[in-house]
Design a protein around this ligand. Structure first.
Ligand SMILES: [Zn+2]
Length: 258
């Protein structure tokens, strides 16, 4: 897969491919950058009736390209290669931080880490667009695609209803079976980890996020039953990181079995 380096080229391509794949695309808002106006897209594909809803987000950190590219790869082979999605409504926000993507940096053009600002009373424009949209309906399952420059292998965060219901162990097992490296450290990012999984089951959700929160916690507060955050190692080739995200996503869907 050829890496796309420009948010406008990326967004145009996503718009084209997603239409072919049967998604409706909406512009949540636009960000002014270098004299241009870059749209932040949301894609949706509905099934019949009251099906559960999955939301997949990527590109909130601009220097983590595997997530947005995994979305492209998913859309290119949709729906034929993804029968797992047949039973649910799918929503995708493919690139949350276009200016960070263009600048190859974690934060947006103003230097703000967007993934710490959900629920704040005065969020940056990118997050205000998302919050206005997310508040209209709840999602059942949320998946956030990230990368971590410090990690030697894949790991994930999961907010699960209980330990026995966690999807994480199945995801790790599928990745290991496919030959991908796993971060086996017992402490990752200062948190206790077990075989690549940082699991929370009873984390109290604050009533308000005065300073802002990560996206997963915000969606949990809005009613998501489960949230998952994947982290891939940027030291590996892009194709392999994309494959790790997609295999993890496929495993989530087979565990979920709505
Ligand atoms: Zn990240």
């Amino acid at each position: 897969m050829t890496e796309i380096l420009e948010s406008r080229a990326y967004t145009e391509l996503v718009r084209k491919i997603s239409t072919k794949a049967g998604f409706r695309s909406r512009v949540l808002g636009k960000i002014d950058f270098n004299g241009a106006s870059i749209p932040i897209l949301s894609l949706s594909r509905k099934t019949e009736g009251h099906s559960p809803r999955i939301l997949i987000a990527a590109g909130i950190h601009g220097d983590e390209p595997a997530g947005p590219h995994a979305i492209l790869s998913l859309l290119e082979r949709f729906p034929d290669d993804w029968p797992e999605f047949a039973c649910c409504h799918v929503e995708i926000v493919p690139l949350i931080n276009p200016t960070g993507f263009d600048l190859r940096q974690r934060s947006n053009q103003s230097g703000t880490d967007l993934n710490r600002t959900f629920g704040s009373p005065t969020p940056p424009a990118e997050i205000r667009f998302l919050m206005d949209d997310y508040r209209r309906r709840s999602v059942d399952l949320f998946v956030d695609l990230h990368e971590d420059v410090d990690t030697p292998g894949f790991y994930l965060y999961e907010l699960s209803p209980s330990e026995s219901e966690a999807f994480g162990p199945s995801i790790i097992s599928a990745l290991r079976k496919a030959g991908h490296p796993i971060n086996e450290s017992s402490i990752i990012e200062g948190m206790a980890a077990n075989d690549g999984l940082i699991l929370r089951t009873s984390r109290p959700i604050p009533r308000t996020f005065r300073k802002g929160a990560p996206q997963g916690l915000y969606l949990k507060k809005l009613g998501a039953n489960r949230t998952l955050t994947f982290e891939t190692p940027p030291k590996l080739p892009l194709d392999e990181r994309v494959a790790m995200h997609l295999l993890s996503l496929r495993t989530v869907l087979s565990c979920w079995n709505p």
